[in-house]
Write a protein that binds this ligand. Structure first.
Ligand SMILES: Cc1cc2nc3c(=O)[nH]c(=O)nc-3n(C[C@H](O)[C@H](O)[C@H](O)COP(=O)(O)OP(=O)(O)OC[C@H]3O[C@@H](n4cnc5c(N)ncnc54)[C@H](O)[C@@H]3O)c2cc1C
Length: 429
């Protein structure tokens, strides 16, 4: 990469919520910024479930990083995968060569946590990037195609059974959207199938969905899911995913051809590759000012960072935390250049929300609780504002209006012709 000037070089790993916010905060400042990502695009993960359920296209929720940084004279992009960091030599090792840095901001996010369950990792679908979401869409739709020609009634039911494991926001949103697909779209697409036999099952190992929300909203979200026809099961811990479906820890089983695992995430492998040890969940411990202890030029932010709140608990793995940390890391780099002491990170929690379906959502924002239509409109507005790219916003808005008034989910292409080797889904990714 051509060095633009002799000014200090900041390498940012990851063009997700944290990495992009760091680049934005350093734009026009006296540093040269190189942002790298293994993808050449930024993904708006909160809308991933809509891609998985045929509501949106992958392109609608992603934006090329080069388009985002265009116009920022001191910011460059390289499509590269970081494999490790030589902390001594101050170099990021990538598949495109070694990249020297004066300051390093690591924001590579997280990966699906299979909690050591090999059969789940092998066979279940997950929801961490666009490829995963497209695989879910292809898999679900292909199973309905198969069901439409299946003679055996039991196998036909299995092909139409979709299990979502994990009752966090992604699991709730995915299960709700699959239930709406079943209710409003599939009966018209498959007039020869008895779609009432299709099932959407949400399994949660604890005794509630959305555990980070107030109990009233947890109950409300469960009611909304059940009203949509989702079978919500609590204290339901998965032991294994087999060719037939899911086996629970209590020995019972569910015949299902689709199993999507959204039960948790852990820090990206780059964290462990740093060689400084990791905390629970594979996250890298940082100081209150988000630096590696003894390596003040290295910042870790976002899902990978184990930064502790006053009570000793790590901050949640959510987009606002990553973006707020990015701003503090960028500010601290500039303070260091001016010879000033770094500032301490404090998370401003403005709340959380999850949507379940049409006019159904729960929101806990600024200490207030909303449900139903108000929460749903709040959710739609906030996500539309935060989506990167004017064109994406316009397309998503048009899709939402179309889907709302037509009771449709318009993007129902099976795009991996020749795929679909595995009955459960692992082979399609
Ligand atoms: C399906 C889903 C829905 C979500 N919904 C919400 C929501 O509604 N609200 C909310 O607040 N949070 C939500 N989250 C969580 C939120 O997306 C994360 O907390 C946030 O993205 C973390 O930001 P980050 O910068 O740490 O990582 P990310 O935004 O994940 O970005 C990481 C980037 O690094 C790249 N990368 C990773 N490893 C490497 C490597 N070795 N080399 C090069 N590049 C690499 C990746 O390609 C990616 O672009 C959701 C997450 C998922 C998976």
């Amino acid at each position: 990469v051509k060095t633009i000037t002799n000014t200090p070089r900041v390498v940012i790993v990851g063009a997700g919520f944290g990495g992009l916010a760091a680049a934005r905060a350093l734009r026009g400042k006296p540093v040269d910024v190189l942002i790298i990502d293994r993808h050449n695009y930024h993904t708006f993960l909160p809308l991933l479930y809509e891609v998985a359920t045929a509501g949106l296209e992958p392109d609608d929720i992603a934006q090329p990083v080069r388009a985002i940084v265009r116009g920022a004279r001191n910011v460059r992009f390289r499509m590269a995968e970081a494999r490790g960091v030589d902390l001594e030599a101050r170099c990021v090792m990538t598949d495109t060569g070694a990249l020297p840095y004066d300051y390093l901001v690591l924001s590579p996010g997280s990966v699906t946590n299979f909690f050591g369950l090999a059969s789940v990792e092998e066979r279940a679908l997950s929801m961490k990037d666009l490829r995963d979401a497209t695989a879910v869409r292809n898999h679900v739709l292909r199973n309905f195609e198969r069901a439409s020609i299946e003679q055996d009634a039991r196998e036909r039911d299995r092909l139409m059974t979709m299990v979502v494991v994990g009752g966090g926001p992604t699991g709730v949103e995915l299960a709700g959207a699959l239930a709406e697909l079943k209710r409003h779209v599939l009966p018209h697409d498959y007039p020869d199938l008895d779609i009432s036999r299709a099932r959407v099952i949400l399994l949660e190992a604890l005794d509630s969905v959305l555990v980070s929300m107030p109990p009233r909203l947890q109950r409300k979200a469960t009611e909304q899911l059940r009203a949509l026809g989702v079978e919500v099961r609590f204290s339901a811990a998965v032991a294994e995913v087999t060719d037939a479906g899911v086996t629970m820890k209590d020995g019972s089983g569910i015949d299902a051809a689709t199993v999507v695992w959204v039960a948790g995430v852990r820090g990206e492998a780059l964290g462990a590759a740093l060689g400084v040890g990791t905390e629970r969940g594979g996250r890298v411990r940082v100081t209150a000012s988000l630096q590696l202890a003894g390596r003040t030029e290295v910042y870790v932010i976002g899902d990978l960072a184990h930064a502790e709140a006053g009570d000793g608990t790590p901050y949640p793995m959510v987009a606002p935390a990553a973006m707020q940390q990015a701003e503090v890391a960028a500010a601290n780099i500039l303070r260091d250049l001016r010879g000033e002491v770094p500032q301490t990170f404090r998370y401003k929690d403005r709340g959380t929300m999850a949507t379940v379906g049409r006019r159904m959502a729960v929101a806990h924002v600024f200490g207030l609780q909303f449900t139903g239509l108000v929460a749903w409109v709040l959710w739609l507005t906030l996500h539309l504002i935060q989506l990167v790219g004017l064109r994406n916003r316009a397309i998503v808005l048009v899709n939402w209006i179309w889907n709302y008034f037509r009771y449709d989910r318009a993007n129902r292409l099976v795009t991996d012709v020749g795929g679909g080797r595995s009955e459960i889904g692992g082979g399609e990714r």
